[in-house]
Write a protein that binds this ligand. Structure first.
Ligand code: AMP
Length: 315
């Protein structure tokens, strides 16, 4: 196992303009680990209730996800319910969040898990994220962090403690502003970079992502998808592609980050093409190769950079 993730495994009830799905497999760690499994071997730290279906465990096993850190406890699995704006799929309202078995979750990592070089703290209670991070005697080579408005509002101080100790923070456009207490995305990202991360990745839904580094900034568009069925899990799948690629290539230098961002955009685009993990579950390597080529074509401005012909009036 080269990549370890802690996060939620959930049953989601989601309504979008296309329709709705009740109690479907979801959760931040689920989307992340399936997306990352196309690039590297993944281990999971999470908890499920006794209502969790064997069929859903099979899906995780089929992706070779290492499940020794998956605990089953009496009670119900994490539940999340949300509805998306009919005119703007980037906007959603959370109707219900039930932590259920996560309320009592107390993860203890094995020696092998503590040797992992790549750690992803997917969206879950920041106290749990911190608890996992603190079990490492030596900081892993790479630590990524995702979160959401629920935790920014309810556990901002603990979350900031986690932010200080990670390499890359993934947040969406509105969340980064609330976390930093600023009204501008750029100022917010700069402020968060000042806390410690090397990169802040700001996710902007169907408008792609902006990646802020200590001395750099670049953006990658979202891969254009004909029909967005359900945006749930797009951010987690983005992170799965991004960190999965870094773990696969060993992340030796910051030059790996733009390529990781492209893989992230592609995995996010697969996730939105169906409810739950339906599409993400069925990707073929040739689909990834095809979309990688397309997205590189989309952003390929090499010609513009080499043929520098500026039609300025001389001054
Ligand atoms: P995303 O659309 O990438 O933000 O991810 C949505 C997923 O995160 C859903 O599958 C939910 O089950 C899960 N989720 C929603 N709220 C929370 C929360 N407060 N903590 C952890 N996971 C959550």
């Amino acid at each position: 196992m080269s990549l370890l993730v802690i996060g939620s495994i959930a049953y989601d009830s989601v309504t979008t303009v296309v329709g709705s799905r009740e109690r479907a497999l979801g959760g931040s760690a689920t989307f992340f680990s399936i997306a990352a499994s196309y690039f590297t071997s993944v281990g999971l730290v999470a908890v499920i209730g006794d209502d969790f279906k064997c069929r859903d465990l099979e899906i995780l096993r089929r992706h070779d996800i290492e499940l020794s850190g998956l605990e089953r406890r009496p009670g119900e699995s994490f539940r999340w319910e949300g509805v998306y704006d009919t005119d703007d799929l980037n906007k959603r309202i959370t109707l219900d969040t039930r932590l259920n078995v996560f309320e009592e979750f107390d993860p203890v990592l094995s020696t092998k898990q503590k040797e992992t070089e790549f750690l992803f703290l997917a969206n879950i209670d920041p106290s749990l994220q911190l608890q996992v991070l603190e079990q490492f005697d030596v900081k892993p080579k790479f630590v990524g962090l995702d979160t959401m408005d629920f935790w920014i509002t309810n556990k901002k101080d603990t979350l900031k403690e986690v932010v200080k100790r990670v390499d890359v923070l993934f947040v969406d456009e509105s969340e980064v502003k609330v976390l930093a207490g600023q009204s501008s995305v750029v100022k917010s990202a700069r402020m968060i970079l000042g806390l410690g991360p090397t990169f802040v990745v700001v996710k902007r839904g169907d408008r792609g992502v902006i990646v802020f580094g200590q001395d750099s900034v670049f953006s990658v568009p979202a891969f254009p998808v004909e029909t967005v069925v359900d945006p749930t899990g797009a951010g987690d799948s983005f992170a799965g592609g991004f960190v999965g690629y870094l773990a696969a290539c060993g992340y030796t230098e910051d030059h790996d980050i733009p390529r990781a961002t492209i893989f992230g955009c592609m995995m996010g685009a697969f996730a939105v093409e169906s409810f739950s993990i339906d599409r993400l579950d069925l990707i073929k390597n040739k689909d990834i190769e095809f979309r990688f080529g397309k997205i590189v074509e989309m952003i390929g401005f090499e010609d513009l950079a080499t043929n520098r012909c500026f039609p300025f009036v001389s001054t």
